[in-house]
Design a protein around this ligand. Structure first.
Ligand code: FES
Ligand SMILES: [Fe+2]
Length: 318
């Protein structure tokens, strides 16, 4: 069995700062052409990009005040996707409408809700306490992969030693799940040249597209936040945005910038060790698990909620 390529949930399209007022992005997300834009008043919107008039790509359009104007015959669409203006004298065609996607601007990121059947969001990614924290610095990778695999990384304890060279990896608490949220806490020893640090990780996962990992290094008294943000794009490929954010320190913004850059470099180095494996990995419905793997089974049971079509199939079978 293959997992559906597009799980239901919130997925990060870009950093909020990368979409300025008046910007329009033409994107391939969830196997669809999507127009992502920010109006002059600052609202972020996403719509399916095919103009209902004669099929032009609205992602190449222009923001006019609160509307998105098609590049072809300048029909303008409002925040509900309704055509509200044309350059012609006649009435605006009432059927001219584009389907909108739900968008949130949260934690310095732009999140888009995907559901194969177009169902409305049934949960939210919470706003994290940003007091004293910088916004995440992001780096994007694109490769053949699946959000379930990249998120599974957080609970695949065995690979931390074999792929990344960490030692002493252990869960410090049982895996907790609460609806679309999952929390995993563990610690390990991170080796960097001759240095070694005890590191404590708390991975807070909201669906398959959004993980926040709170990192604490007691010896250095330091904390950083990591973000793991996969989104299906097309043809079985994902974009994986990795993010790092650091708190204010005695050196202020400079410290924040140096720490977040260094953290992102380390995170990207780890991802470059995972990606060649993810690219060729095959999803096994019945993997042969072993003691020491970490809670991969509970993780996969939790992840099934993001594939409503599989739940329908299994209830049909039952
Ligand atoms: S195709 Fe968009 S206005 Fe004509
Ligand atoms: Fe990994």
């Amino acid at each position: 069995m293959r997992l559906p390529e597009r799980p239901t949930g919130w997925f990060a399209a870009c950093a909020a700062g990368d979409l300025k007022r008046g910007d329009v992005q033409s994107r391939r997300l969830f196997g669809e052409s999507i127009a992502l834009y920010r109006t002059e008043s600052g609202r972020v919107r996403a719509s399916f990009a095919t103009c209902p008039h004669l099929g032009a790509n609205l992602g190449r359009g222009t923001v006019c005040g609160e509307y998105l104007q098609c590049p072809f015959h300048h029909f303008a669409f409002d925040g509900d996707g309704k055509c509200v203006d044309t350059p012609y004298d006649g009435p605006v065609p009432r059927q001219a409408r584009v389907r909108m996607l739900e968008v949130r601007e949260r934690n310095g990121l732009i999140l888009v809700w995907w559901d194969d059947e177009g169902r409305a969001p049934s949960w939210e990614v919470p706003e994290h306490d940003q007091q004293g924290w910088g916004l995440p610095r992001l780096k994007c990778f694109r490769f053949k992969g699946h959000p379930q695999d990249t998120t599974e990384n957080s609970v695949d304890l065995g690979h931390f030693a074999t792929v990344h060279g960490f030692s002493g990896v252990e869960m410090t608490e049982r895996l907790q799940t609460d609806g679309p949220e999952m929390t995993a806490r563990y610690r390990f020893i991170h080796h960097l040249g001759p240095a070694a640090w005890n590191v404590e990780f708390t991975a807070r996962v909201f669906g398959l597209g959004y993980s926040l990992v709170e990192v604490h290094i007691p010896k250095l008294g330091s904390r950083v936040r990591l973000f793991v943000l996969p989104v299906p794009v097309e043809n079985g490929e994902i974009e994986l945005r990795l993010g790092a954010a650091a708190p204010d320190g005695p050196l202020g913004r400079l410290q924040r910038s140096i720490v977040s850059r260094a953290t992102l470099w380390l995170l990207a180095r780890d991802a470059n060790q995972d990606i060649p494996i993810w690219k060729e990995r095959v999803y096994l419905e019945r993997p042969v698990l072993a003691r020491g793997d970490g809670p991969i089974g509970p993780y996969r049971r939790w992840a099934r909620q993001f594939y409503p079509s599989l739940q329908t199939q299994s209830s049909e079978v039952a």
